[in-house]
Design a protein around this ligand. Structure first.
Ligand SMILES: Cc1cc2nc3c(=O)[nH]c(=O)nc-3n(C[C@H](O)[C@H](O)[C@H](O)COP(=O)(O)OP(=O)(O)OC[C@H]3O[C@@H](n4cnc5c(N)ncnc54)[C@H](O)[C@@H]3O)c2cc1C
Length: 252
């Protein structure tokens, strides 16, 4: 389904006490190891409103017809598995319906702000780690007979990064207070994800540059942060989708 959440084509057709589930989904985090997966499937069609008619079904790992593809090779986030899942006439008991039939879109949309905030927090945390790594490295590494940290460029780059972190922290704090109070809007969650993940990319890139060639070597933690960071602007909704959500809230 990708960016188009209502574009689900997986179907679940009622047959007695069961649903017959057919379809597949690429890119499922934890899909290789999961014992239970929650599948969004279309249980009815409303040509007027694609958001209607979606339901959540809990599929158990050993149900016949539930197939897992290979663990997909990624450029980062290698400690988490990502799988393609296929549902080939899986017979799912109706008691495995999660929530009300046809109400999945609302349930999914309800949880998106929290998911997006958690990705923003990861962005902020890893950018903070990158700055700490770069400070340590800059103090240790000698170039032209003095520590890298003594050069004005290094100080300025890291000062820019620290300012970015503080801006991200302010947005995260504000969003956490709103989440806690039940008032985090989709647009505000989109803003914090957009800012923190784009900021994460800028900051980690600058911190890698401070490491020079060593920053490009896999054994250096900054290299892993760089590779892992790339996906946060994609999953949980891309930066472009975040901008769409924000602009919609502006009446555009
Ligand atoms: C490592 C990884 C793990 C993932 N884990 C999960 C998971 O556990 N569960 C899950 O459901 N999904 C998961 N995903 C899927 C992820 O949410 C999608 O990849 C993401 O939403 C983008 O969808 P897509 O890949 O189909 O790209 P597309 O939707 O095809 O987008 C392609 C490009 O077009 C742009 N675009 C699309 N629509 C618009 C628009 N309306 N306006 C402007 N630009 C647009 C996008 O921003 C993007 O740049 C995962 C993805 C990855 C890479």
């Amino acid at each position: 389904i990708g960016s188009d959440l209502a574009g689900v084509t997986t179907t679940a057709v009622r047959d007695g006490d069961d649903y017959i589930l057919n379809g597949n989904k690429t890119f499922i985090t934890g899909g290789i190891n999961a014992d239970l997966v929650i599948v969004v499937a279309r249980t009815s069609k409303d040509p007027e409103n694609r958001r209607k008619g979606l339901s959540l079904l809990v599929v158990e790992g050993d149900m016949p017809g539930f197939l897992r593809g290979r663990n997909l090779h990624k450029i980062g986030m290698k400690s988490s598995d990502t799988a393609e899942l296929t549902f080939d006439n899986v017979r799912v008991p109706a008691r495995n319906l999660l929530g009300e039939e046809g109400k999945a879109f609302g349930m999914l949309a309800h949880n998106l702000p929290q998911e997006r905030l958690s990705i923003a927090i990861t962005g902020l945390a890893t950018a903070t780690a990158a700055v700490n790594l770069a400070i340590d490295y800059a103090k240790e590494r000698l170039v032209f007979g003095k520590p890298l940290a003594d050069f004005q460029n290094t100080k300025f780059v890291l000062a820019e990064c620290a300012t970015e972190l503080q801006a991200g922290q302010a947005l995260v704090d504000q969003a956490l207070i709103a989440l806690d109070g039940g008032t985090l809007t989709p647009a505000d969650a989109a803003k914090v994800k957009l800012f923190c993940t784009e900021m994460q990319a800028r900051v980690i890139d600058k911190c890698l540059q401070v490491h020079g060639g060593y920053g490009y070597m896999s054994e250096y933690p900054i290299a892993r942060l760089y590779a892992d960071a790339r996906v946060t602007r994609i999953f949980g909704g891309t930066s472009e989708v975040m901008k769409s959500v924000i602009s919609k809230s502006m009446g555009l």
